[in-house]
Design a protein around this ligand. Sequence first.
Ligand SMILES: *Cc1c(COP(=O)(O)O)cnc(C)c1O
Length: 372
Amino acid sequence: MTIPVIRPWLGEEEAQAAAEAVRSGWVAQGPRVAEFEKAFAEQAGAAEGVAVSSCTTALHLALHLLGVGPGDEVVVPSFSFIATANAARYVGATPVFADVDPVTGNLTPDTIEAVLTPKTVAVIGVHQGGVPFDVDALDAVCSKHSLALVHDSACAAGSTYRGKPVSASASLAAWSFHPRKLLTTGEGGMLTTSDSDRAARLRRLREHGMSVSAADRHASSGVKLESYDEVGFNFRMTDIQAAIGLVQLAKLPSVIARRRELAERYHKLLAEIDGLRWVGDPDYGTTNYQSFWVVLPDSYPGTVVDVLEGLLARGVSARRGIMAAHLEPAYSGVDLPVTEHLTARSVILPLFHQMTEAEQDTVVTALAEIVR
Ligand SMILES: *Cc1c(COP(=O)(O)O)cnc(C)c1O
C-alpha cells in the first residue's frame, strides 16, 4: 500500500449530486453551473464567477478578453505548471519568464521589473501551490508600468491575503478544479472578476460568442434568437461537473482546516532533518497547502529523483517540486537561478484530507533515512 501524494475527497454526496443532474435531463451548462458560479464567487470574495472547462481555458480567455495578441509580451513565472506560459502562446503573444522569490516561489516586483520591455502588456501572477503572492506589491508594480495583472489562482482556493480571500481584489482570477487541486469537478475552471460587464462578455465568449445562452433560450417561454457578435470558444462546464463542484465547495473549509493541521504537524516532525526547508505562510497571508513542498538540504549529495525513488521503495509516492517551464523543450532557455535551484532541489510530499498521523510519520521517517 503506497501513500499517495494527494487523494481527492469525493464521496456519496458528490455521486448523488451528479446522478441528480443526469436524472434532471439537463447535463450541459445550465442552472447548476449558474448556481456554482454564484457560490464560488461568494467564497472567493468576487462579484462574479464565470465557469469554464479548465483553468487553462480560463487563462486563455482572460488574455483574449484583455486583447493581448501577437507582438505582445506577457510576464509569467517559469516556476509553475506549464499551462501558465502556454496561455500567452494561445493568443499569439510571447511568454517572458521571470524568476521567483526563494521562500514563496512567487513573482516579486523586482523579478518582474528585471524582464520588462516596451512590448510587455500583462503579467500572470501565480499563487504557487496555494502560497499567495504579495498582491498589493504586484498591483503596484503593474499599475506603475500600465500592465494588466491576471491571477493564476489554480491552486489557491481558500488561501488568504491580508485576511481576505486571496484574489478578492483581482480584476481577473483563474481557478482550477482538476483533481490535483483542493476542490475538484474532474476537469473544470472558473474566472472571477469584480466587473459585471467583463463577466457578461466572458459568458458570451465561453459559449461561441452567443448573445443568448442555450440555457436562457431553453428557459424562455417565447422564441429567442441568438446572434454571434464576435468569435467565441466552446469553453463550457457541464451541469454534472457543477453539481459535484457545489458539494465540493461546501467541504472546502474543512479540507483546508485539515490540511493546515497536517502541515503544522509536518513542520514539527521535519524540524528533525537538518538543513531541510519547507513551505509555510508568508507574513501577509495564508496558504491552503495545495502542495506541501520541501527543499532538500544542501548537504544531501543525491538528486530529487534519488529521493523520489527512495521514498517509493519505502511506500511513499511523492512528486518532484514545481516544474520550470523554461527548461522544457517547448520553451527556450533563459537563466533563472532561483527557479532552477527550487526545481532541482524540491520535492512535494503527500498531503490529503484523509491522511493519518501514522502515514505522515512514515513519510517523515522515510525522508529522514534518505537525506541524512
Ligand atoms: C493546475 C494548474 C493549471 C492548469 O489547471 P487545469 O484546470 O488543469 O487547466 C494552471 N496553472 C497552475 C499554476 C496550475 O497549478
